[in-house]
Design a binder for this molecule. Structure first.
Ligand code: NAD
Length: 468
């Protein structure tokens, strides 16, 4: 049974109440997490506020601490990975890789320069533009990548000189609590606080006057609540929200060459990736070949507990999400779609769903229009590329998209017409700490990563020194 403590003001806090955390491969209780009380949240926010003046003042110390944090996360990657697999479900190898991604983000921001620019230096004035951190940052994460999402937020927030209160999803709090425990040795007390609890705790954080910035990753529906909670106080927000990424094949695409890339960009982490391919548009002439190629891969992909050797696709992390995927697949089939592979849950106590490829999906089907966030992929035939582009853009989502073709120039011309934050050509899901990532339309506000992501954690100050 995994039990970890919250980190508040550098100290371990077990909390009065706890809540159970399930293992999605078995639905048995795997661990318990503290239920953060209002007083404990107050203590975390006030510790973060108290730590802010010293932390913002010493950039060299921040870099050193972030580098040390990266090193610690690297050393603990196997331990963190095992905890991620137990609560989130992904295969151990990928879970360890997720922790290593955390290391990359911490290391990257430890070395990223904060901009400082002289814009005038003459006999009238010396004018410089510098950055100022915002203060206490509330960081709220979802359940699909608990550790890497946490590091994606805390690394730039702390590098810019802010202090943080971090709250993971109640479905996957354990690896993040452990991360907080590990990092107690590298950050001064109060700089990084980690609390755990339900959705109400997130709402309390976003409404709290001590918070000056909210960095949130999660669903569109919750993102809108966060924006509303931030508005009365004009808190700064970065929202990384849901996606319904289209992949468009052009008529010169070679099915054999693209099928692996499309399959794994859709089914990795059992489809529970904001930026996974969630619908595929294919010319009529290639439709059957692509459906067959994807269905072959779906039938042969090893599904099983993340701890099982050789397993490539784990369970769906939460029972509500499992039920949602089942409902969307059943609705599509009831409306005339064909489940060419999968189509139903797998036997057993865990949240396993057979990798599903749907053909002949009708317009207006929820699995095309909404974010399924699970191992089920609709393939939609098009006759005219203009219709595919219009369908790809005809949604409130705008996270990413990809275009697949033997001619990258032609693909890029199509990619340029897609309303999204990232457009890939002949690939999908490729991300890194230096590459800005964020959504257009309802998929988000602001970006993470690179100097652009760092800019979400500071404000500019113009310093004008008069001369003469
Ligand atoms: P969710 O919105 O239900 O929850 C996310 C977090 O918000 C959790 O920690 C939750 O406790 C908290 N929360 C819930 N209600 C809140 C409120 N009113 N105020 C403040 N916090 C609140 O999302 P989820 O189901 O955990 O995650 C899946 C979603 O996240 C999908 O839509 C997925 O696309 C999206 N996502 C987006 C990105 C991205 O970078 N764009 C990355 C990963 C996941």
């Amino acid at each position: 049974m995994s039990e970890y403590t919250m980190t508040i003001g550098g100290a371990a806090v077990a909390g009065g109440d706890t809540f159970d955390v399930l293992n999605p491969a078995t639905n048995a209780v795997h661990g318990r997490a503290p239920e953060c009380s209002r007083d404990e949240l107050e203590a975390a926010l006030s510790a973060a506020a108290s730590a802010f003046p010293a932390w913002r003042a010493d950039e060299a110390a921040r870099r050193e601490a972030l580098s040390a944090a990266a090193k610690l996360v690297k050393e603990a990657a196997a331990e963190l990975g095992a905890e991620i697999t137990a609560e989130q479900g992904k295969p151990l190898r990928e879970a360890k890789y997720e922790a290593m991604a955390g290391e990359s983000w911490l290391g990257y921001f430890a070395n990223l320069e904060l901009p400082r620019e002289v814009i005038q230096d003459d006999k009238r004035a010396f004018v410089e533009v510098v950055t100022r951190p915002l203060g206490v940052v509330a960081a709220i994460t979802p359940w699909n990548f608990p550790v890497s999402s946490a590091c994606t937020k805390i690394a730039p927030a702390l590098a810019a000189g802010n202090t943080v209160v971090l709250k993971p999803s109640p479905f996957t709090p354990l690896a993040t609590l452990r991360l907080g425990e590990l990092l107690r040795s590298v950050f001064p007390p109060g700089v990084l606080n980690v609390v755990s609890g339900g959705d109400a705790l997130g709402a309390q954080m976003t409404e709290h006057p001590a918070v000056r910035k909210i960095t949130f990753t999660g669903s569109v529906a919750t993102g809108k609540c966060v924006a509303a909670a931030a508005a009365p106080d004009l808190k700064r927000i970065t929202l990384e929200l849901g996606g319904n990424d289209p992949a468009i094949l052009l008529d010169d695409a070679e099915v054999d060459a693209v099928a692996d890339g499309i399959f794994w960009s859709s089914f990795a982490n059992s489809g529970q990736i904001c930026s996974a391919i969630k619908r595929v548009y294919v010319p009529e002439s290639l439709h059957d070949a692509l459906v067959d190629a994807l269905a072959d891969r779906a039938r042969s992909a090893p599904v099983g507990p993340g701890t099982e050797k050789g397993s490539r696709l784990g369970p769906i992390t939460t029972r509500p999400q499992f039920e949602r995927v089942r409902e969307l697949v059943e609705e599509a089939v009831a409306k005339g779609a064909r489940a060419v592979a999968g189509g139903a849950p797998l036997d057993g106590p865990g949240n396993f769903f057979a990798p599903t490829v749907l053909a002949g999906v009708a317009d207006g089907t929820r699995i095309v229009d909404e974010e399924q966030f699970g191992p089920a992929l609709p393939v939609i035939a098009y006759r005219d590329l203009e219709d595919a582009v219009a369908a790809a853009n005809g949604t409130h989502f705008g996270l990413d998209a990809s275009v697949w073709s033997a001619d990258p120039e032609r693909a890029e011309a199509v990619a340029g017409r897609l309303e999204c934050g990232t457009a890939w050509i002949n690939t999908h899901l490729m991300q890194g700490p230096s590459q800005p990532f964020g959504g257009a339309k309802w998929s988000g506000i602001g970006v993470e990563n690179g100097p652009w992501g760092l800019a979400g954690f500071y404000e500019l100050q113009t310093r004008y020194r008069a001369r003469g």
